[in-house]
Design a protein around this ligand. Structure first.
Ligand code: TXA
Ligand code: MG
Length: 312
């Protein structure tokens, strides 16, 4: 067993070799992407994938995203229609996940898709995740690297705090850039936004000249469960000042104990969101309040996460 404080390896040749060996042996590696840290395993190895569910305490019906090197690798696993290909060309590598029909001979472990005939797939941009895919030559299943229902990790210390000894290898390449999970889109049976994220609904509409519906019949991302993004403390939305025993997370003109962005920048707010929730959870105040955040652009994803965090 690795000592709990010996599991963080800086990104580099040695850390990458350790991480790749762990994946090929059927183990788990926490690795940064441009969105949040993922908990990766070989998507073709059912036992390895089961290890992800176990480490996270994740409900087995909640399927995982598969990360691959490029569009060609993705097309070996899933069937792309014209819309899916246009989205991939425009936004990959990057923070967009496509839910597409799974190819029968893809070789992906059944646990990855949790029994669905679709697969969630994305080509990440982050150098560490790309290097791990190249070094292992495997598609990598990776949910966010936190205990199920907890706050998504945006740095190696969050992973260690949430998963502890359940993950032996954490590849540390600093804080993540977007700080919020990828946008999830399905193109069949209808163009549908299953989870808002860094690739905005407006950008998708501009590319395809169609507005995605909120979700398509029968396809639901279980990550939309109301309690999915929950800090441990009660959370009050649209607060303009802190009440008794509240830790206020500010935005723009609303100053607080902390701020998502003091100049009202939504991209910065998304990147800081989970870190701010972690700090609020760790504070000595019993409750959390959050300033109003506009709903346009990536603000939709921020408000989506905040609404889930407030629901209890
Ligand atoms: O940014 C991200 O997407 C991060 C990084 C690590 O890539 N990953 C991530 O994974 O957020 P996770 O497991 O926390 O969220 C995956 C979401 C879940 O809501 C899951 O239900 C949904 O994707 N999902 C996976 N496969 C699906 C499918 N076939 N149909 C519908 N939803 C699916
Ligand atoms: Mg998650």
């Amino acid at each position: 067993m690795d000592a709990p404080n010996a599991c963080i390896f800086p990104y580099g040749t040695a850390g990458l070799a350790t991480a790749a060996a762990r994946i090929i042996a059927g183990g788990l590696v926490a690795v940064p992407t441009e969105t949040v840290y993922g908990l990766a395993a070989d998507a073709t190895n059912g036992a390895a994938v089961a290890g992800i569910y176990a480490a996270k305490g994740r409900p087995s019906f909640n399927p995982l995203i598969v990360h691959v090197a490029d569009l060609a690798a993705a097309e070996r696993l899933a069937v792309f229609d014209a819309d899916a290909r246009a989205l991939a060309v425009a936004f990959w590598p990057g923070p967009l996940t496509l839910v597409l029909p799974l190819r029968g001979n893809a070789g992906i472990a059944g646990l990855v898709t949790a029994g669905l005939d679709t697969i969630a797939i994305r080509v990440p941009r982050h150098r560490a995740m790309q290097a791990l895919i190249a070094a292992t030559d495997r598609p990598l299943a990776a949910p966010s690297a936190n205990a199920s229902g907890g706050i998504s990790p945006t740095c190696a210390a969050h992973v260690a705090a949430s998963l502890g000894a359940a993950v032996a290898v954490i590849l540390d390449d600093g804080p993540t850039e977007a700080g919020i999970e990828s946008t999830i889109v399905a193109t069949t049976p209808a163009l549908a936004l299953l989870r808002p994220g860094p690739v905005t609904s407006e950008a998708i509409t501009a590319l395809l000249s169609r507005v995605p519906v909120a979700h398509a019949g029968g396809i639901v991302a279980p990550g939309q469960l109301a309690s999915h993004y929950a800090p441990t403390k009660p959370l009050r939305l649209d607060a303009t000042q802190a009440g008794a025993n509240e830790w206020l997370i500010g935005f723009g003109a609303v100053a607080g104990d902390d701020t998502l962005s003091d100049d009202g920048d939504l991209i910065e707010a998304a990147a800081r969101l989970f870190g701010a929730l972690h700090r609020a959870d760790a504070s000595d105040r019993r409750m959390i309040a959050v300033a109003p955040v506009p709903h346009h652009g990536i603000g939709a994803a921020i408000n989506d996460r905040l609404a889930r965090a407030a629901h209890r």
